[in-house]
Design a protein around this ligand. Structure first.
Ligand code: G3P
Length: 296
């Protein structure tokens, strides 16, 4: 199946630009760091209430431009946040856009209204929240994925959800940053999921180069989320991707990530999901969000 295209951005003006470039867009992913980069947020401080209405407004501006697409909305979580707090946020964010119920027919759901995917960290608390949210008919996007075991745990924690209602987001660029071949992880997860029921879709994320972009498509990955710069380069208008000086390791030999035989049939709690990049990523998202809030 052809890869679906998502924009990785917290700025609705970029949604418009990509729509002009491509003619269509299947979805958009946001996260606290991307919301902090929205031009209307840069240099500003918000109260805790204001920041959520700002986020809601951004999400609404995005979803109205992609009426049948998916919009990923990320919960606030630091490494102490409990599943219950994530569930509460997820249920609230889920009301921000039209969001046809997952109980509707596939045809209805795809035709009518943007869909929210609630982004949760791939930690024990995040997986606990995911397992509960999918039971309540909420779609989820599990973020900060850096290992095949984490992807297996996501599969197990969300069993029973409909195809398209659960995304797994491996962060390719951040693995490359530390010398590991992030694209191998995408390939390995796709291979592992071939043995499953297809309810989780793989969303290639943290895209830093045109090579990441084209390889994701070559692999037949379900979805890709990429920044505006990547789309510009892909359609031949932009200059080569320069992602804030990161991921510029062209010519650098990346260490292959070997495939692991992992069964998808265990309870999710039994997989070893610990990964230092997940913990670091959670802290960075939390710090970027807290930085938007006036602490006085
Ligand atoms: O979608 C994931 C993305 O926003 C993270 O990208 O470049 O910060 O690793 P990056």
């Amino acid at each position: 199946m052809a890869t679906k295209f998502f924009l990785d951005s917290g700025d609705p003006k970029e949604t418009k630009e990509v729509l002009t470039l491509l003619g269509k867009l299947d979805g958009q992913t946001t996260n606290p760091s991307l919301i902090a980069k929205n031009p209307d947020a840069v240099g500003k401080k918000f109260t805790s209430e204001e920041i959520y209405s700002f986020y809601e407004n951004v999400v609404k501006q995005i979803s109205s431009q992609i009426p049948n697409g998916s919009v990923s909305i990320e919960v606030y979580a630091d490494n102490n946040t409990k599943a219950e707090a994530m569930i509460e946020q997820g249920l609230k964010f889920n009301t921000w856009i039209p969001n046809p119920s997952t109980n509707r027919s596939d045809d209805y759901r795809l035709r009518y209204g943007a869909r929210a995917h609630i982004k949760l960290p791939t930690t024990a608390e995040g997986l606990k929240a995911a397992s509960e949210l999918v039971k309540q008919g909420v779609r989820v996007n599990m973020t900060l994925v850096f290992s095949q075991a984490q992807a297996a745990a996501i599969y197990a924690a969300t069993k029973g959800a409909k195809k398209g209602d659960v995304f797994v987001s491996p962060f390719v660029g951040r693995l490359d940053d530390r010398g590991e071949n992030g694209m191998d992880l995408i390939k390995n997860i796709l291979t592992m999921y071939k043995g499953g029921d297809g309810h989780v879709e793989v969303l290639s994320a943290s895209i830093r180069s045109l090579e990441h972009f084209t390889k994701t498509i070559e692999l037949g990955c379900d979805l890709i989320t990429a920044p505006l710069k990547a789309y510009k380069e892909w359609v031949g208008f932009g200059s080569p991707l320069s992602m804030d000086g990161r991921g510029q390791g062209e010519g650098v030999q990346l260490k292959p990530i070997p495939y692991q035989e992992i069964s998808l049939d265990k309870p999710w709690q039994e997989y070893n999901i610990a990964h230092e990049l997940t913990d670091k990523g959670v802290e960075k998202f939390a710090a970027d969000w807290n930085n938007l809030i006036d602490q006085n």
